[in-house]
Design a protein around this ligand. Structure first.
Ligand SMILES: [Ca+2]
Ligand SMILES: [Ca+2]
Length: 479
């Protein structure tokens, strides 16, 4: 019955002009006879944690259904008890020797695939020199790590304070994937950026890349700062002048990425410069070596700023989805990559959720397949703007710095500004046509977004830095 009513109204609406459609929805909603757009077709969020300090990530440990580990930018890892929805008073670990603020701080966390037996986990942070550091720690108990167990894996100098990447996770191959930003500044140029081509296109060094390393061993016994092996199957191993650690390159600041737990595919969300945000897709069967284009390419176009843009390099891979810098329902200024939903809500299965940190939009889409060489920014379907149709029991879904998964596949949203975590607890996917109409209607009904957010991006304050700099210094130069 509801479905029939729904269809009827969609057809009726489609025959009317824009303002007439809005009027019908407003009137129908007011009299309560037409609840289709707030009924089954929505996304229900529940606030499950408050009182955190600048959270930037959340994840779970292998085999542990009871805990969500939340990364605070200032250096602490907090534990949320998923049964009681309470935060442990004592942090799991507080990393020392880091610099924080702006885009620096404790940025990434992942657990060893053998965590249940070896108790090891890995953090990614900016140290007091501003360098990216990957460091291993070991569990003392389920709720407490041993702060004296720190062991350096990898250190990478960073020329500017922004674009530190920070995401890490283990692939199905057992290797550790590490996202490293291009070094910072703007347009991958200037001090500390390879003249002529920038860092991301320079395969001799590690900035602007996704690395793949083997943490079970040490290929550099004489170097206490490098304690890992380089998988012999990495794409550039043994090539003169190329760094063996590189798995993929041509990335600006792939801040939040994820492996699809059902397929092993890798989703890479690369934060853009001044024009476009992008979602890249890598099949689990990839042999590595992908060039995602930066700094020559921003999304599917030549980078329009800084005089660094150029033709698509041979073999480079375009994103499967991109969006423009604006405040419309499908626009934004700083992408926060998420996950393909694989949790208990069957209707959401297979939909990739992501957000924009600046405009606070929440979206999902599905990948439509095809060979990477054919990707052109349109390789998606069922793009949904959840922003106007989500419901939340408390708090504001904004400034999403990251998503996170628990062991069961439930999806969480990390609110950086307010220090809160939201869990997706219900929802269904609207029919594509109704999703689009809903978005258009509700966008018209919403007050326009404040232009202030746009200016923030222009001053270059992106992702994690935006919150910390709001109302404060605007001295960033990443424009
Ligand atoms: Ca070593
Ligand atoms: Ca790209």
């Amino acid at each position: 019955m509801r479905a029939n009513l729904h269809s009827c109204r969609l057809i009726a609406l489609s025959r009317l002009s824009g303002m007439a459609r809005v009027a019908i929805v407003v009137v129908a909603s007011a009299i309560g006879s037409c609840p289709w757009w707030v009924g089954a077709q929505t996304l229900q969020l529940q606030r499950v944690a408050t009182g955190l300090s600048s959270p930037v990530f959340a994840t779970h440990a292998p085999g542990d259904p009871n805990r969500l580990f939340i990364v605070q930018q200032g250096g602490s890892i907090r534990i949320l008890d998923l049964n009681t929805k309470t935060l442990n008073a004592a942090p799991f670990l507080t990393v020392s020797g880091l610099s924080t603020g702006g885009e620096r701080g404790l940025l990434g966390l992942t657990f060893d695939p053998q965590y249940q037996t070896n108790g090891r986990f890995y953090v990614n942070y900016t140290d007091t020199t501003g360098a990216t550091r990957v460091r291993r720690f070991t569990r003392q108990s389920a709720d407490l790590a041993d702060p004296t167990s720190g062991f350096d894996i990898l250190t990478i100098a960073q020329p500017q304070s922004n674009h530190n990447g920070g995401w890490m996770d283990f692939g199905r191959d057992g290797f550790l994937y590490v996202s490293v930003g291009d070094g910072g500044g703007s347009n991958d140029s200037g001090t500390g950026h390879t003249p002529g081509i920038g860092n991301a296109q320079d395969k001799s060094q590690l900035l602007g890349k996704i690395l793949r390393i083997d943490i079970n061993g040490d290929d550099f016994p004489g170097d206490p700062a490098r304690n890992y092996r380089i998988p012999t199957s990495n794409p550039f191993v043994g090539q003169a002048g190329n760094a063996g650690e590189i798995w993929a390159y041509g990335l600006r600041n792939a801040w939040r990425n994820s492996f699809d737990r059902a397929t092993g595919d890798l989703w890479i969300a690369d934060v853009g410069q001044g024009a476009r945000e992008e979602i890249n897709f890598q099949y689990a069967s990839s042999l590595g070596g992908e060039n995602y284009g930066w700094r020559l390419r921003e999304g599917t176009i030549a980078t329009p700023s800084g005089g660094v843009g150029g033709p698509k390099p041979p073999g480079a891979i375009d994103p499967i989805y991109e969006y423009l810098h604006n405040t419309g329902p499908f626009g934004g200024f700083s992408v926060t990559g998420g996950y393909v939903y694989r949790g208990p809500i069957a209707a959401l299965n297979g939909h990739y959720f992501f957000s924009d940190y600046i405009t606070n939009q929440l979206w999902s889409l599905q990948f439509t397949g095809g060979l990477p060489a054919t990707f052109d920014g349109t390789n998606f379907s069922n793009l949904i703007d959840w922003t106007p149709i989500l419901t939340v029991d408390a708090g504001l879904v904004r400034r999403i710095s990251s998503f996170g998964e628990d062991l069961a596949g439930n999806l969480y949203l990390v609110n950086h500004l307010d220090g809160q975590i939201f869990m997706i607890v219900g929802g269904s996917i609207p029919e594509p046509s109704s999703a689009l109409i809903l978005s258009l209607l509700l966008t018209l009904l919403r007050p326009p977004k404040k232009i202030k957010e746009k200016r923030e991006k222009r001053t270059g304050i992106i992702i994690a830095s935006t919150l910390l700099s709001r109302g404060g210094t605007k001295s960033y130069t990443d424009e």
